[in-house]
Design a protein around this ligand. Structure first.
Ligand SMILES: [Zn+2]
Length: 293
């Protein structure tokens, strides 16, 4: 994604991996290939690879610079976590992108995780002398308290769920809490008048969107509220990774209703460049329109 300006706020992207990833029929629940074929045919070339029949899925972090703070939203899969394929991406692209921003880990003031899945919390921590410690020593990490509690409970019961398997909470969240850097927040949390949260549960126990408002302009980091433009055409379609597929669809609908046909930009974490876009209402469904200017 190119540098995006929202009033006084600048947003850039650190990409960990990019490219064709999954076939929609393997990723969405109750996917009807015949019904969806016309929608696949009209997709933007950035989001679908006809040669492999796979959706193009990006793993990225947003760097949000406000006049007061440097904020990271979602932290990809990280390094040294020991995840097997396909989550064992090379880490250098993210590290290089972070350095190219002119940032050091000490510069980061806040880390927001839209949710606590494997691919949204990885760089929260790093391995130092065999111990997991927060990667960003001066940052507060903002987690929704119900999201945190749900993954903590599962980890302590030894239950693994999609998106959180492989000890994600223990690796990416517990060390942050132990270091005193976690901020467990409620539904009405606002960092200030620029950064607020909207709970959008469903994909995970309490997934949240991060709202960015400045000088009358607005963007919403949508996390995994939706993963692909195909979900605009069939909004009820949730994924095999969704905690509660029905609630996920309800949250999508609420956000789309709120932002459709407005200037508000959405930044879904898994959308390839140009990444940011808007929602246009079309009958009972929606259309994704990339911001290309
Ligand atoms: Zn994700």
């Amino acid at each position: 994604m190119k540098r995006l300006q929202i009033g006084d706020v600048t947003i850039t992207s650190l990409v960990e991996r990019d490219g064709p990833w999954r076939r929609p029929e393997d990723f969405f629940l109750d996917y009807d290939s015949a019904e969806m074929a016309p929608h696949v045919a009209e997709l933007d070339p950035e989001v679908f690879d006809p040669a492999t029949g796979k959706m193009v899925i990006t793993y990225q972090t947003f760097v949000v610079r406000t006049p007061r703070h440097i904020i990271l939203v979602d932290t990809c899969t990280g390094e040294d976590k020991g995840y097997g394929p396909p989550m064992d991406f090379p880490k250098q692209p993210w590290m290089d992108a972070f350095k190219a921003e002119g940032l050091t880990p000490e510069d980061v003031d806040y880390v927001f995780c839209t949710h606590l899945h494997i691919d949204h919390s990885g760089w929260n921590t790093k391995l130092v002398d065999g111990r997991w410690v927060p990667t960003f020593p001066n940052a507060k990490y903002v987690f929704h308290k119900r999201e945190y509690a749900a993954w903590e409970a599962l980890a302590k019961e030894g239950v693994e769920r999609p998106g959180g398997a492989g000890g994600v909470w223990k690796l990416n969240c517990e060390p942050v809490m132990e270091a005193g850097q976690a901020l467990l927040v409620d539904d009405d949390y606002a960092l200030d008048d620029t950064i607020t949260l909207t709970p959008t549960p469903g994909h995970s126990p309490c997934h949240c969107c991060v709202n960015i408002t400045s000088r009358g302009q607005k963007a919403v980091v949508a996390g995994d509220l939706f993963h692909h433009a195909l979900q605009m055409r069939k909004p009820k379609m949730s994924t095999i990774f969704c905690w509660d597929p029905v609630a996920a669809a309800e949250s999508r609908d609420k956000v789309f209703q709120a932002v459709a046909d407005t200037p508000t930009l959405l930044l879904p974490i898994h959308f390839p460049s140009p990444t940011a876009g808007r929602v246009v209402r079309e009958g009972d469904a929606w259309r994704w329109t990339y911001k290309r200017d």
